[in-house]
Design a protein around this ligand. Sequence first.
Ligand SMILES: NC(=O)C1=CN([C@@H]2O[C@H](COP(=O)(O)OP(=O)(O)OC[C@H]3O[C@@H](n4cnc5c(N)ncnc54)[C@H](OP(=O)(O)O)[C@@H]3O)[C@@H](O)[C@H]2O)C=CC1
Ligand SMILES: CC(=O)[C@@H](O)[C@H](O)COP(=O)(O)O
Ligand SMILES: [Mn+2]
Length: 381
Amino acid sequence: MKKITLLGATGSIGIQTLDVMREYNDKFQLYALAFGSNVQQAIPIIKEFSPKKVVVKDEKVKQELIGHIDHTKVLVGHEGLIEVSKDDETDILVNAVMGSVGLKATLHAIQQGKHIAIANKETLVTAGHLVMDEVKKHQVSFLPVDSEHSAIFQCLNGENKDQVNKIILTASGGSFRDKSRRELEGVTVTDALKHPNWSMGAKITVDSATMMNKGLEVIEAHWLFDVPYSQIDVVLHKESVIHSMVEFSDSCVIAQLGTPDMKVPIQYALTYPDRLDLPQTKKLNLVDIGQLNFNKMDFNRFPCLKMAFDAGREGGTMTTVLNAANEVCVDLFLNGKISFLAIESMIERALNQHKVIKTPDLETILEVDQQTRKLVQSYVD
Ligand SMILES: NC(=O)C1=CN([C@@H]2O[C@H](COP(=O)(O)OP(=O)(O)OC[C@H]3O[C@@H](n4cnc5c(N)ncnc54)[C@H](OP(=O)(O)O)[C@@H]3O)[C@@H](O)[C@H]2O)C=CC1
Ligand SMILES: CC(=O)[C@@H](O)[C@H](O)COP(=O)(O)O
Ligand SMILES: [Mn+2]
């Protein structure tokens, strides 16, 4: 029985992680969970899984929650996230929070030798070098949940990493893939939230529409698989059936395929190296699909992807700025404060204003993250 601490239990990945745990309740037990403020979503989860500890965003949410639950210790904020993540009783940390709020807890968990299933790509974008250094130092398993990275991880299974030519990430194109840049001028939040293939949280769905999601994933792949940016490609693939590919020295390409269902990579990260039944998922039927499409990525159409490659190549605090600026801009867009196209122009402005600090420590990362959030907010205030 593995004890799991699940950060982001009320979110899209969190809920699907609980589905997997429900199916395999002889293998996994929910020791602790964390969520932000969605108390109504959290109450039935807490009642069903009876975790020993729950972490919420702040005191106000704690007060809202405690009248509804018994026998569960309620903790608050960053300190709470760190406490449950490094807790002696935690075997596996599933990090499925949205945003760089997951960084410190992840570092503490690794330092305590916990195994990590990582969905929270922002943690790797903001401070990938710190995270991967700790992973190497403490020899923990750090398994990707993100569908593309799970695919790459599977393609690399048993292969010699020195014989990798390139990693090829697939991108669906997001909600606006068939629109020209001019047509993007009037798009709404409701339109942006209609992802063609995946049902996900609001922030990642907007990231997918701006193509920043793929940009974050390029940086995530760089850190997870220790591959230089010159060996990472992105190809448009509107069906999201091939989740990603790896090309090897002999020109052989290995791809991982499946219907778009996040329960597959979530379960694989929890049960690796075993592949257990997943009865709830739809099997891939290529005959029914008939045709798979691939298109060249257009960096002028999707400037966020170019910004992410450039920030990744620059390194240091540049990706911290990219991530923090993006988090603020997407939030402003979702709250109707800025237009869709302002997301990319404001991120670009923040990147241009930043003087990079190479190999920053944690304190520097956190400081740059906060400064960037304030700066980007000041563009609209
Ligand atoms: N959804 C997907 O299919 C995929 C997601 N990912 C990545 O996984 C991560 C989660 O995405 P997704 O599940 O879609 O996001 P959601 O927005 O659906 O869920 C985010 C979760 O994080 C919680 N949260 C937010 N802020 C805090 C905080 N300060 N303290 C504690 N918990 C907090 C939310 O709580 P609450 O809502 O209660 O406030 C919620 O449980 C992201 O990094 C995303 O990029 C990667 C691949 C696919
Ligand atoms: C399910 C998942 O991993 C998402 O990151 C997904 O890949 C988003 O799709 P696109 O970014 O390709 O539109
Ligand atoms: Mn992905």
